[in-house]
Design a protein around this ligand. Structure first.
Ligand SMILES: Cc1cc2nc3c(=O)[nH]c(=O)nc-3n(C[C@H](O)[C@H](O)[C@H](O)COP(=O)(O)O)c2cc1C
Length: 340
């Protein structure tokens, strides 16, 4: 019998398939269904820092100094309580989810900076959440804010949250840092128990006729996993924090790739939105079958097998890999199509 179990954030999980934060887990019935089809844990949709502070009152999120003078329509905050039930409703949702299922429930806070609002994390803990995922979404717009200032804010935020709760804390990051290994290491030092790679950076589109910015959300494809694989493989073995993959996990092959690169767990949202929650069950069975037919006895055996830990000089490896890739593309005689 193949052993699918893994550990994540100090939690013993029967398999590595976790449902990531989305409106799917806003409904307790859905969470029950997720547990029923074998989800190892569920992350709830994020509660936003702005819901715990009054700091956005009177401001116009969506406008920025770069756009000043342009006819940008002020963007009011969306109806957040209908998304995540609001601060009180969120705590009640945690309590109901915990009463409904035995699998770990991971709460999620979407934040940009440290503040007194982090005390709410204690209430999340008191409501029974097994862990907290801190979804730091801070897209810089001011030319005066340096990368190191921003990164320090991330680390301070993690230290502050850790000082407020005893439950494990994971940090969901974007990939856009000058030196992700350094930031990952500093977050690790600040006490992060897990890093979730990566937050998707939702780029809005522009409606050229209405001269308006239109928010767009497209579900992912497996293509997005590549970036995650790169960084999982780079970070694996260098941190105490567990690594989770989110973004582009659609089938068993994606799951296996992420595990080989170094993920302790893989998270899914788009695939479940496309195929339904029960799809997770088929991926779980496929994982057992794949491991067995390839001669592996457990998930743990393959975790990090293809990470860079085994590479003597990862920086040289990166350079050589780049040279190999760019020289492998052979244009045809017209210079149009390539073959390998
Ligand atoms: C409709 C929708 C809502 C989402 N809401 C959240 C959220 O509240 N908090 C969060 O951290 N991620 C949120 N995500 C991101 C997902 O958790 C996940 O990281 C992302 O979709 C990439 O994974 P996937 O390729 O499996 O979809 C949302 C994604 C979708 C599609």
């Amino acid at each position: 019998m193949t052993d699918l179990s893994t550990r994540y954030l100090g939690l013993s999980l029967p398999n590595p398939l976790v449902v990531s934060a989305s409106p799917l887990s806003q409904d307790v019935e859905h969470i029950r269904e997720m547990a029923g089809v074998g989800a190892a844990a569920v992350v709830l949709p994020s509660l936003f820092e702005e819901q715990l502070t009054a700091k956005h009152e009177g401001s116009t999120p969506g406008s920025s100094p770069e756009m000043e003078g342009a006819p940008v329509t002020a963007t009011p905050l969306p109806n957040l309580p209908s998304y995540n039930l609001g601060p009180e409703g969120y705590l009640e949702h945690i309590r109901k989810a915990k009463a409904a299922v035995a699998i770990p429930i991971i709460a999620s806070l979407n934040a940009t900076s440290p503040g007194s609002w982090v005390r709410y994390a204690r209430e999340i803990e008191a409501a029974g959440a097994d862990a907290l995922e801190l979804n730091i979404y801070n897209v810089p717009t001011s030319p005066e804010v340096t990368g190191s200032t921003l990164e320090q804010m991330y680390c301070d935020l993690v230290s502050l949250i850790k000082a407020n709760v005893h439950i494990p804390v994971a940090v969901k990051l974007s990939p856009y840092f000058t030196s992700l290994p350094n930031l990952a290491w500093r977050l690790d030092q600040a006490g992060a128990n897990g890093l979730v790679l990566f937050n998707r950076f939702y780029q809005p589109d522009i409606n050229i006729y209405e001269r308006a910015i239109t928010p767009t959300l497209e579900l992912s494809t497996s293509q997005e996993l590549r970036l995650r694989l790169h960084w999982l493989a780079t970070l694996f073995g260098h941190l105490r924090a567990d690594l989770a993959a989110t973004g582009g996990v659609h089938d068993v092959y994606d799951v296996v790739k992420a595990l080989l690169a170094g993920a302790r767990v893989v998270m899914m949202t788009s695939a479940l939105m496309q195929h339904g929650i029960a799809y997770l069950d088929s991926v779980r069975h496929d994982l057992g079958r794949w491991l067995q037919s390839n001669g592996w006895k457990s998930v743990r055996e393959i975790q990090g097998q293809l990470s860079r830990r085994a590479v003597a000089d990862p920086a040289v490896f990166e350079r050589v890999n780049y040279m190999q890739v760019v020289t492998s593309y052979k244009p045809d005689s017209h210079g149009t199509r390539g073959s390998r």
